[in-house]
Design a protein around this ligand. Structure first.
Ligand code: 5GP
Length: 197
């Protein structure tokens, strides 16, 4: 999506170690008109899919997912990072390794809010190694829910997450795929995606 690529070029900050900071418009301050345009693009890309719920993970996925849910007129559920496992038997649970904090989290979602009747669109801000996404896929699978697709704002194409998910045959729409980025020059190269606006 050209709009998001241009915004990353303008306001993204490249850190050493393959980290892209997008704090001024996604991860800390949130640009809601931009999120709305992203939500409309996902609505177009997933048109015809019987999505009845958006699923994300706290914290930074929630803002984008809420706007997507508003655009699709469905509820949004976020998986919670929990301190210890088996807090409550009415939860689905799995473990996720955090890229940013280098920790392992237990994540839970209540059995009340994810069921075999659900056709979910998973939404998140970043896709890097794919751990967060694999965790959400596990929770959906445990619940017997159908994953209709995955919408990611920024995929780092030089990390393996995108390939892992595409290998599972799930429609993955990342609105910007960073092929390479250079902390010294600030140069960012995006993967061309002709089917996107
Ligand atoms: P993964 O589990 O795919 O390795 O990483 C996904 C999560 O890590 C995202 O939800 C995001 O919060 C965080 N993350 C991964 N790479 C980056 C990055 O380059 N910049 C930022 N801001 N967050 C990242």
């Amino acid at each position: 999506m050209k709009l998001l690529e241009e915004r990353i070029r303008k306001d993204g900050i490249i850190r050493e170690g393959g980290v892209l900071k997008v704090d001024s418009f996604i991860n800390h301050q949130m640009d809601i008109p931009l999120f709305r345009e992203m939500a409309r693009e996902w609505k177009r890309l997933f048109a015809g899919k019987p999505i009845n719920k958006v699923l994300t993970i706290e914290a930074s996925g929630i803002g984008i997912a809420a706007i997507v849910a508003s655009e699709l007129n469905v509820p949004v559920v976020f998986a919670k990072k929990a301190m210890s496992i088996n807090l409550d038997y009415d939860n689905y649970e799995t473990q996720i390794q955090s890229f940013t904090h280098k920790k392992i989290y237990n994540v839970i979602v209540s059995k009340k809010f994810l069921t075999p009747n659900d056709h979910v669109l998973i939404v998140d801000d970043f896709l890097a190694n794919g751990c967060a996404l694999m965790g959400l896929l596990t929770l959906a699978q445990e619940a017997g829910a159908t994953v209709e697709g995955i919408g990611i704002a920024v995929e780092k194409g030089f990390q393996p997450g995108g390939d892992l998910v595409r290998a599972r045959g799930i429609q993955l729409e990342s609105l910007a795929i960073v092929e390479s980025m250079d902390a010294a020059t600030g140069e960012v190269v995006f993967r061309p995606q002709p089917h996107q606006s």
